[in-house]
Design a protein around this ligand. Structure first.
Ligand code: MF3
Ligand code: CO
Ligand code: CO
Length: 289
């Protein structure tokens, strides 16, 4: 029973926990209630960035595989299976599996789900949208990205929301320059989103990523100044992952402890990349090549 009589999402049935071959190295938090504290700052050497890029490539190619199977009739559990199989086929670990008790290898967030949707037996319909968020852990590093996919053809309003959310992410990324505070990223994203009257989600943010999944560094997607004044420096690695909505930025969470929806059940989209900041710009670390 994935959608109610208004077409809104409801919790479905969860698939069994997916297995990861024993030879694949687990991140340190697996089996713990909370992750061990992050060690180090949010900057990485060239050799470490190479490893984050390798993890990010696996995650990006996993989403390429997911993109191939998104269509009306597919379940979110099936999208998760495709992501899971690709990640483990590369000898990497799907970072969300066992992270703070989360039980799947991706997040699948449909329509009004802002983020952290749990893959289940929900059957996607023509006109739905689904964000799939995959993080891969390889050689001690995490690479984290997400994309929003259209299921068949979507309304023009939703199509524009998706396009502009991607553009908002890219504008935020381009604003990430050494010497600026990280809240500049959010200011740029919010200013762009407000042109179209979109809601800008505040309580879920970008983050430092690399040797830890979430390092403690917060990257806001709204104009938070003077809060989040951390100064960007070369070698810094973090995600930019704005969530924009057709209505409110306010949210509620399902009793599953994960699924976050808009309060007004308006449709919401998200894109995410992991980036490294350079003296003269940035590099995307979550690309397929
Ligand atoms: N990948 C998500 C992010 O972008 C985090 C998912 S954590 C989970 O930060 F536990 F919900 F999987
Ligand atoms: Co992230
Ligand atoms: Co993510």
């Amino acid at each position: 029973m994935p959608f109610d009589s208004h077409g809104h999402l409801m919790p479905g049935s969860l698939p069994n926990i997916r297995q990861v071959p024993q030879e694949i190295v687990r991140p340190p938090y697996v089996g713990l209630k909370t992750p061990p504290p992050h060690v180090g700052d949010n900057t990485y050497t060239t050799e470490e960035v190479d490893r984050i890029r390798a993890a990010g490539r696996v995650a990006s190619r996993a989403l390429d595989a997911v993109a191939e199977v998104v269509r009306p009739g597919v379940t979110t559990a099936e999208l998760d299976r495709v992501a899971h199989e690709y990640v483990i086929s590369q000898g990497a670990y799907p970072s969300t599996l066992g992270y703070r008790g989360y039980r799947a290898s991706s997040c699948t967030s449909v329509n009004e789900v802002i983020c952290h949707g749990v893959p289940d037996d929900t059957v996607l319909r023509e006109g739905d949208i689904v964000n799939v968020d995959v993080t891969a852990y390889l050689d001690g590093m995490h690479g984290d990205l997400n994309r929003t996919f259209r299921v068949g053809e979507v309304s023009e309003e939703v199509n524009l929301l998706i396009e502009r959310t991607h553009e908002a992410m890219m504008r935020g990324i381009r604003a990430a320059k050494p010497g600026r505070a990280v809240n500049v990223i959010g200011r740029v994203i919010e200013t762009y989103a407000k042109r179209f009257g979109y809601g800008v989600v505040r309580d879920f943010t970008g983050h430092g990523v690399g040797s830890s999944f979430h390092s403690g560094l917060i990257i806001p997607h709204y104009d938070s100044a003077p809060a989040y004044g951390d100064i960007i420096v070369p070698g810094m690695v973090f995600t930019v992952e704005p969530m924009l909505t057709l209505g409110t930025h306010e949210w509620r969470q399902w009793d599953d402890g994960w699924t976050v929806t808009t309060r007004d059940k308006s449709v919401t989209a998200q894109f995410e990349h992991t980036i490294v900041v350079r003296e003269d710009g940035f590099e995307l670390l979550t690309v397929s090549d």
